[in-house]
Design a protein around this ligand. Structure first.
Ligand code: AMP
Length: 210
């Protein structure tokens, strides 16, 4: 399956993408996570995108398109992949199409803006391995410490309330038009985010028929 998972920041798309990835044995490609690694490692790409990311703006289309084109060539993508956080604009969707990067299905996780800001204040991530946690809904076993690699968890700089508001605005203006784009191609589905990860996974699996 070649799946795009979309949703506002904080809708739980990264979490659900990981769960689907385990179930289907196909990799999740998260442009946000790849970019955060580039920033951490101070690569030329990282230096270029750092400011955009910190303030919650989208990074230039050509950067993410270049990243995806390289990533998709790796052998683990031969049976499918889940794109998490990509495409984020119509231009990116068109670039995927012209690069022959196929998409069979697009699943959007719908959530009210009101819930998002509240929810994002509890989000934590591991700067070392990228694992994500939430103070309330998915707490680490030991407070503030990554279950996977034992490093100290951090808050993403772009999870501050005013940055979240900006990211939401961008989602509505630049990313949501993709719904129509993929509806026109007959591959669009949506589910409502539920209270709790498992309840959301249930509706996600139902929609995907897995
Ligand atoms: P995410 O982890 O998906 O919330 O992405 C975090 C940040 O990375 C976004 O706010 C953007 O600055 C950048 N980013 C990730 N994916 C894309 C994309 N497809 N297009 C542009 N910017 C992106």
């Amino acid at each position: 399956m070649k799946l795009v998972i979309m949703g506002a920041p904080g809708a739980g798309k990264g979490t659900q993408a990981e769960i689907i990835s385990k179930k289907l044995g196909i990799p999740t490609i998260s442009t946000g996570e790849i970019l955060r690694n580039e920033v951490k490692n101070e690569t030329p790409i990282g230096i270029k995108v750092k400011l955009f990311m910190e303030v919650g703006e989208l990074v230039p289309d050509e950067v993410v398109i270049g990243i995806i084109k390289e990533r998709i060539k790796k052998p683990d993508c031969k049976n499918g992949y889940i794109l998490d956080g990509m495409p984020r604009t119509i231009a990116q969707a068109e670039a995927l199409e012209s690069a022959d990067i196929d998409i069979d299905a697009v699943l959007s996780i719908e959530i009210d803006d009101k819930i998002i800001v509240e929810r994002m204040s509890g989000r934590l991530f591991c700067p070392e391995c990228g694992a994500t946690f939430h103070k309330v809904s998915a707490p680490p076993k030991k407070e503030g410490i990554c279950d996977v690699c034992g490093k100290k968890l951090e808050r993403r700089k772009d999870d501050d309330p005013e940055k979240v508001m900006r990211r939401l605005d961008i989602y509505h203006s630049d990313t949501e038009p993709l719904k129509r784009y993929y509806k026109d191609r007959d591959i669009y589905m949506q589910v409502k985010n539920r209270e709790g990860i498992e309840a959301t996974t249930k509706v996600v699996f139902e929609a995907l028929g897995i």
